[in-house]
Structure formats: structure tokens, C-alpha cells
Design a protein around this ligand. Structure first.
Ligand SMILES: [Fe+2]
Ligand SMILES: [Fe+2]
Length: 275
């Protein structure tokens, strides 16, 4: 449980692509405990399991049981691989994880909206719903995800609106991946609702070799919090991002880690930030 949270700020930890697997079991429990000490809420942006198995979700749920801060999540494409996504949602729900799929959740005045999202590409390179039925169906999936996100955002009344998704809504945060696979990493269609509802910040994963930070055309900050991205880009700290949000003051989220981890580096070797 966090020890120094202030009533007028919410500290938000964000992470994606933890890919819990039964064949290569690696527990992130020590990392989750660090997160629980540092943050008031944990945001998980999909690919929680490796092959989408209920069994993998059980391994994760076991590790999350000890985490005494609320957790909000979306599923990723890997969580759909075995067609056991409903069981995964149930298993994680049993340990208190709020799994969003076009849903909303509010915590201490901060609103969250989450969808998995979908792919199809960005900007002028985005796939259009034209030609064969199967192409139209493919594009339709991204449109549906964008509509789900829009409907969720319309239901949020909190001044601070945080969006979590698995796929990227902009190209900037997938930069670093091979250009050939950009169309499979996200969709610009997910960007429109963000601007329309003046979202505070967006967190996503999926692009394991992407870039940690970008922004929408209207300046909304977008964070790729994929575990491998954080490992590669922030070698001086545990692999999660930490932010501060003021529930009643409309404004950006403030990244905290730089300051906290700079202090930590001179204090301890293994413990999380002092706050
Ligand atoms: Fe992933
Ligand atoms: Fe993914």
C-alpha cells in the first residue's frame, strides 16, 4: 500500500506486455510490490498473458493478489490467442482487476476508459474499407474499437480522463519497429476520440521496440509502456512508468520517475522510490 499519497494527487503506475507464460514462468511479483509502494493505482495495457491461456492468467492473478492498490487493465492480442479471453477477464476480476473493454472506471476523481484497440495503420497509410468483404471487416474492427472508446469517454464526467489501450493510436510511439509492420501495431482511427474528448493522457503497449513517448495531433501525451520498451529506455529504474495526476485540475499527467529514481540511485539498490 502506498504510504505518502496526498488526497489531491493520484500516482499512477503504467505497464504493458508482461506476457505471463507457463512455459517460461517468471514472476514479476517483486516489481508489482515496488509499484504498490510507489503508486495509488496500477494501469496494465494488455498482453498480460503469452498464449492467452486461462492457466497463464492464474499465474498472474496469484502474483497480483498481494498488490494492495487498485488495478485497471485492458487485454491485448496475445490474450485472445486461445479464445479464453472471457476466462482471463474472470480470473483477473476475482483478484480485483478492473478489465475494461469499452468500459469506464473511476478512482478518486480520475476517470479511466479502456479498449483493446486494433490495427490498420496510421495517417495516409491507413487501410481503407474498400474492395473485398474481408478488408472491410478488418477495417470495421478498428472502427468498432474507436466507437467503443468514444462511447466510454462520453460516459466519463471526471475532468481528468485517462485512456488505456493495447494497440497504438499514433505512429510516433511505434517508431523503432520495422516500418513494414507499422500497419499491424495500431490505428489512427483510435486517435479521433482522444482529441474529441480532450483526454489527459493515453497509455498503450504492443510495440515492443517502439518509442516511450509521443503525442496526438492535438498535443495529448501518448505513452508506450511496453515492458521491453521501458527495459531498453530506462535502464536506471524498475520497468514501469510513474505519473502524478491532479483529479480536480485539468492538465497533463506529470512523469515522476525521473526525479524519484535519480534520488533512489544514490540511496538504495533494490527498493523502489522513497515516496
Ligand atoms: Fe506484447
Ligand atoms: Fe500485443
Amino acid at each position: 500500500m502506498s504510504t505518502s499519497s496526498s488526497e489531491d494527487t493520484v500516482r499512477l503506475a503504467a505497464l504493458a506486455d508482461i506476457h505471463y507464460s507457463k512455459s517460461a514462468p517468471t514472476s514479476l511479483q517483486p516489481l508489482f510490490m515496488q509499484i504498490a509502494e510507489s503508486a495509488d493505482v496500477l494501469v496494465l495495457c494488455g498482453d498480460l498473458t503469452d498464449y492467452g491461456l486461462a492457466e497463464e492468467a492464474r499465474l498472474l492473478a496469484k502474483d497480483l493478489t498481494q498488490v494492495k492498490v487498485p488495478i485497471v487493465a485492458v487485454l491485448g492480442n496475445h490474450d485472445y490467442e486461445a479464445d479464453e479471453q472471457r476466462q482471463i477477464v474472470e480470473i483477473l476480476g476475482e483478484v480485483g482487476v478492473h478489465v475494461l473493454d469499452g468500459d469506464t472506471w473511476e478512482f478518486r476523481g480520475v476517470g479511466f476508459a479502456g479498449v483493446r484497440g486494433f490495427c490498420g495503420g496510421f495517417g495516409r497509410g491507413a487501410l481503407a474499407a474498400w474492395g473485398e468483404r474481408i478488408i472491410k471487416d478488418f477495417v470495421h474492427e478498428a472502427v468498432q474499437e474507436a466507437l467503443k472508446l468514444e462511447a466510454a469517454l462520453a460516459r466519463l464526467s471526471a475532468p481528468q480522463r485517462i485512456v488505456l489501450m493495447h494497440y497504438a493510436p499514433i505512429a510516433a510511439t511505434v517508431k523503432g519497429e520495422p516500418a513494414e509492420i507499422y500497419p499491424f501495431l495500431g490505428s489512427s482511427r483510435l486517435e479521433d476520440p482522444l482529441s474529441r474528448f480532450d483526454v489527459t493522457a493515453v497509455f498503450h503497449g504492443h510495440a515492443h521496440k517502439g518509442t516511450p513517448e509521443g503525442q496526438t495531433q492535438t498535443g495529448i501525451p501518448v505513452y508506450n509502456v511496453s515492458y521491453p520498451v521501458l527495459k531498453a529506455n530506462y535502464t536506471d529504474r524498475p520497468p514501469f512508468r510513474l505519473f502524478e495526476v491532479h483529479p480536480n485540475v485539468k492538465g497533463d499527467v506529470t512523469p515522476l520517475a525521473e526525479r524519484r529514481w535519480a534520488r533512489r540511485a544514490s540511496d538504495h539498490d533494490v527498493e523502489g522510490p522513497a515516496a
